[in-house]
Ligand binder design. Structure first.
Ligand SMILES: C[S@@+](CC[C@H](N)C(=O)[O-])C[C@H]1O[C@@H](n2cnc3c(N)ncnc32)[C@H](O)[C@@H]1O
Length: 247
């Protein structure tokens, strides 16, 4: 399980990447509709994604939350976002066979898109810093039911070598606590793995007992090979205090 910082070694990837996916990638990964984009959204972990900037420019209401904003300060995350996009692209080039080249035409296209997103993120953190809230799963700084839709990409399941089962259970319970209706997570395949997170069935059964029902949905996006499914957790909105934090 991750401790006080993000420097844990992970699945051969090195330090957890503060990556920068775009609205286009989020739309595809999470099967987001225009209606979804009109809801109050939490993106956790937000990393250096351009998603919050792009949806805000469309008039949407998105908050990004990440441990990196807390540890390093959002200004420093912004200053290093493009370098992180370069680091991520180096990994992708070195492991090009582990990726499907359909969403991105080739590694150069991936590099261009991620850098562009990192730049959008950096500019938006300067104009709208309050959209970027420091937070560390599995305990978020929001009251119950603060958001309609919670999105979580490329932390849970991705880094399963370093984040243990209990972290996954507590983190999803916490993401559900701050959502009125839905939490969507992508992908359900650890980095470098050919299949779903091994303890997924056990985890979903345990969440179900806690009142969080879930389903796996295939999406029209596969970049990491075999990673083309999202987990949708449905939660019934309760009065504040009805669902308690998992920590
Ligand atoms: C691979 S990035 C994903 C960012 C974004 N969702 C995207 O898809 O581009 C993983 C992020 O998880 C963040 N992170 C790691 N541990 C965390 C924790 N316990 N709570 C919140 N964020 C965490 C890292 O700082 C990093 O920005």
């Amino acid at each position: 399980m991750i401790d006080n910082d993000t420097s844990t070694g992970t699945g051969g990837f090195g330090e957890i990447l503060v990556s920068s996916r775009s609205l286009g990638e989020y739309r595809a990964m999470f099967a987001l509709t225009d209606d979804d984009l009109g809801r109050r959204i939490l993106d956790c972990p937000g990393g250096a994604a351009g998603f919050t900037a792009e949806v805000s420019q469309r008039g949407g209401d998105v908050t990004a939350c990440d441990i990196a904003y807390f540890d390093k300060g959002v200004d420093r995350v912004a200053a290093t976002a493009v370098a992180e996009a370069d680091r991520g692209n180096r990994y992708v080039r070195e492991h090009a066979d582990a990726y499907r080249w359909t969403f991105f035409a080739d590694p150069a296209d991936h590099h261009r898109a991620r850098r562009e997103s990192a730049e959008q993120f950096a500019a938006h953190t300067r104009s709208s810093p309050r959209r970027y809230v420091p937070g560390r799963l599995p305990a978020l700084p929001f009251v119950d039911n603060s958001f309609d839709l919670v999105l979580s990409s490329h932390l849970l399941f991705s880094y399963a070598d370093d984040l243990d089962y209990e972290f996954h259970r507590q983190a999803i319970t916490e993401l559900a606590r701050v959502a009125t209706t839905e939490v969507r997570l992508f992908p359900v395949v650890p980095i470098g793995s050919p299949g779903r997170y091994e303890q997924l069935e056990k985890l979903l059964a345990e969440l179900s007992l806690a009142g969080i029902s879930s389903r796996i949905m295939k999406v029209d996006y596969e970049f990491q090979a075999h990673a083309d499914e999202m987990l949708v957790c449905e939660v019934a909105a309760q009065a504040s205090g009805g669902r308690s934090a998992a920590v």
